[in-house]
Design a protein around this ligand. Sequence first.
Ligand SMILES: *Cc1c(COP(=O)(O)O)cnc(C)c1O
Length: 372
Amino acid sequence: MTAQPSFGRFFLPGPTDVRPEILAAMARPMIGHRGAAFEEMYARIQAGLRHVFRTKRSIYVSSSSATGLMEASIRCAPAGAILSLVNGAFSERYARIAQACSRETDVIEVPLGHTFRLGEVEARLAEKRYAAVTVVHSETSTGVLTDVRAVSDLAHKYDAMCLVDSVTGVAGLPLEFDGWGMDFVLTGSQKAMALPPGLAFAAASAEYVERAKATHDRGTYFDIVEFEKFASRHQTPNTPAISLLYALDAQLESIVTESIERRWARHAAMRAETERWVTSCAESGIAVAMFAPEGARSPTVSTITLPEGLPSGALVKAVAAQGYTIGGGYGNAGERAIRIGHMGDHSVDTLRGCLDVSHAALSELIGRRTHK
Ligand SMILES: *Cc1c(COP(=O)(O)O)cnc(C)c1O
């Protein structure tokens, strides 16, 4: 096997590339999770996560993937029906979780690649009483961004809570938990936080936690009331994935040093670079296009449709032969689209390498096709 650089070539929209020094942090010896050393680390982690979520609230650290906290947000939400905004695979998952938790669940579904009309959301909220609305900030299956602040404001107008899956949002694009008056926002470690998979993070408002206390059947492992209780003493309810917390501790130090505003700006620059690449490919006769409409494109992940008759698998494979990893499309868009995860610790520089290789692979594949 030829040696590959250990960072800069892995562009899946999750898990994302993790820097070697962050991976190395996980090799430290164990500490007990009920001791002073742990509490000290946890307090440091809290400060970093508050910077990332822009809140004064505690941030819950769950040793699970992000889906665990999606389920927690539903199970602990006030009793009543759920309204799920669905525009892709992950927002659909949120609706399915609500159903699986025995909640009466109504759905507003828009076609893949589309965003929601706020007027329609408001009409549905006005028509029937809902306990909560679920919404995905950056729909990783399509690369579409939703204005979760506007959705949250609408939900509040009708006395519903807003539950936000910001798994490819938090740490990669602006989100103001306190400033926007959010109720519940969750993310996972393996997306814009650029950590290995296995941890999930959430913030909940004081009102959400207060009302959760009156909700029945919250279970135990994903009980937000328990998370809140333990967070206040710098602990987690159960044994956490301590090695992953070491990585988180190291990564938060980098994120705070960079500052969240600069991190957001770096992601916006990567989106702009990807848009320029798509335009220049199209101008040179390669019929690629951004799937998400202008103005609603995620800064962390781009879904790009391919020329007619070029299967995404062939491009993913050709790019892999050059040592780079990109994602195939998702769901219905799968065969005719690729996804590039330009998030976490990537930069316009590392992305440039990926786009150059992808351009060469595309030209080669199209050339081969026309010569057949
Ligand atoms: C990756 C992802 C999830 C699921 O996260 P897991 O960590 O696999 O549970 C949920 N929502 C969005 C938007 C995602 O991108």
